[in-house]
Design a protein around this ligand. Sequence first.
Ligand SMILES: [Zn+2]
Length: 279
Amino acid sequence: MNGGAAGRTPPSAAVPPATEPPVLLAETPVPGAVPRYEIPGWRDRFGVVAGITARGSGPGPGFDLGLWTRQPVEEVMGRWREFRGAEPGFRAFVMAHQVHGTLVAAHSGPGGWIILEGIDGHVTAEAGTLLLVTVADCIPVYLVAPRARAVALLHAGWRGTAAGILRRGVERLTGLAGANPPDIVIHLGVGICGQCYEVGHEVMEGCGVAHAGPGPWRLDLRARLADEARRLGVERVTTSPWCSAHHRPTFYSHRASGGTDGRMAAYLGMLPAPAAAGR
Ligand SMILES: [Zn+2]
């Protein structure tokens, strides 16, 4: 390493100084009509449903769940109905028009399909509420506090990461559920990988990642988030090896498609107890 006079890392190594190598955990396909992948083991270990929809093998745009696109409303709504029907135990589905900010909304109360404005994270201690964020390169961050029985789901692109969405999510989860960071489990889901995410100075600077030279640089957002999670005291952090751009035949990538791809829905919720799982 040629290092810099200021101790900066050279561009080729311009990734966060991860304190530990990533613990990889690959989402696995879920059988059924809705193309989706699930974080393996979480259903049994934590009693949660946690996953992400995929492109699927259908024609045209595939299983695009983007609500702010030019896709025909009828088709998008049809896919959403299909997705919601695939998890009938949930009485509430909550999501938002995301703005790359740090607001995290807490959810309890009414059921149905709830769409908020200007929110990038969701938290709930209620079983039967499915949290949703839409992504296509940005990282869906899944947080579970298994003993306190609460979950949070965040949408983390570079702007949200730089602004502190992860810290806010951990704070909201610990505040709501009375959990401590070591009680939290985090998974950094399907998103763009460090090789595919070429960025400028403002992104590296914003995310506080060491960089030098003229750029451009490559940012591994998940490594950056994993490093922050550990600094926040979260010890159990896993990272998806799926890259939305590398694996674009399976997923959607805003960047790799030149902005034409659809959106995937990442989802996380606690399963209702069987006796209370009525529709
Ligand atoms: Zn990649």
